[in-house]
Design a protein around this ligand. Structure first.
Ligand code: UDP
Ligand code: MG
Length: 316
């Protein structure tokens, strides 16, 4: 059976040789089971020598297939392109930096073979070697998104997973431009099994995720998979209006029974209320803007990535 391994690469020249070696080990150990492989490297507009490293591998190994992007489109786009190119019965996605241990792949294949699940996905049970503050925010994010979304997004879940063909077809059928894979993986359903492993630090190079990038990613994820924030705005507005109405009624009755008197000290409280409400209104507007912005981007229907080069058509 053919198994496709999809590897998104962005500035990974240093890590690729290690990864390739590990992948070859997997390939030779799987020979006994009659499994063959294709390694699909997606070069996501790297600025270093990644493209040359990949081409060198491809020239000496017919199982190496590649797609190069015209610029950096992000890991989500790279995974999409890789899955599109994949021809295997089973398809795996793994990082180039060995943080998704390739040594887990044989066991993952056995799990799918046994028919007990359709997706076998890896999950980190520790966040060893990661800044404490980042782990904290990551946990908060998962709590928040799972409260708001209908689909369950697993904490510590990586993009590392082995899937059956129908799962990948389902993922590819979701043609949205702003892709939030963690949500997409959960949304398509199918039977998922988890393998847990310790956090592994990247073998070479450095992470492409700054804190700010992760924050934007978190907002993207929430906006992409739930409209709950809009509802929060509605409810807050309703609660405030109700409160204001009660307040009004209170003063109205007071005026009728003639117990109202003028105070000059109303100015600060008035200011506070106006600022508070103004802030809420702006926030709600911004929120609506987030969604409209996404509608705008989706309606432009631009391609998810632009390819500059590949060797996919070559007969192997
Ligand atoms: N990656 C990519 N495009 C990007 C950023 C990252 O294809 O714009 C790839 C990267 O080469 C790696 C994987 O996505 O194979 C995960 O990236 P990284 O290791 O930087 O993320 P982390 O493991 O720190 O979450
Ligand atoms: Mg990594």
């Amino acid at each position: 059976m053919l198994i496709s391994l999809v590897i998104p690469c962005y500035n990974e020249e240093a890590a690729l040789p290690f990864l390739y070696e590990a992948l070859c080990d997997v390939r030779s150990s799987e020979l006994a089971f009659g499994n063959t492989f294709e390694f699909i490297f997606v070069n996501d507009g790297s600025r270093d020598n990644t493209s040359k490293v990949i081409k060198d591998l491809a020239s000496s190994d017919k199982d190496v297939r590649y797609v190069f992007f015209s610029r950096n489109f992000g890991k989500e786009a790279a995974m999409y392109a890789g899955m599109e190119a994949a021809r295997g019965e089973y398809i795996a996605i793994l990082d180039a930096d060995m943080q998704d241990p390739p040594s887990l792949i044989p066991d993952m294949i056995r799990s799918l073979d046994s028919g007990e699940c359709d997706i076998i996905a890896a999950r980190r049970v520790t966040r060893k070697g990661e800044p404490k503050i980042r782990s904290f925010f990551a946990r908060m994010f998962y709590k928040l998104i799972n409260k708001m979304c209908d689909v369950e997004i697993a904490d510590g879940a990586r993009d590392f997973r082995l899937m059956r063909r129908p799962v990948v077809d389902a993922i590819l059928s979701m043609g949205e431009r702003q892709r939030f894979s963690k949500g997409i993986f959960a949304w398509v359903g199918f039977r998922t099994k988890w393998v847990e492993h310790e956090n592994v630090e990247r073998v070479a190079g450095e992470t492409k995720w700054s804190f700010w990038k992760l924050f934007k990613y978190a907002v993207d994820g929430i906006v992409a998979f739930t409209i709950a924030p809009l509802r929060v705005a509605t409810y807050t507005g309703m609660a405030l209006a109700l409160g204001a109405f009660g307040y009004m009624l209170y003063y109205f009755i007071k005026a009728i029974i003639g117990r109202i008197w003028t105070v000059n000290a109303g100015y600060p409280s008035l200011l506070c209320f106006i600022l508070f409400i103004g802030g809420l209104v702006l926030m709600a507007l911004g929120l609506i803007g987030e969604y409209i912005g996404r509608i705008y981007v989706e309606t432009k229907a631009r391609p998810i990535y632009i390819k500059s080069e590949d060797n996919l058509k070559q007969d192997t």
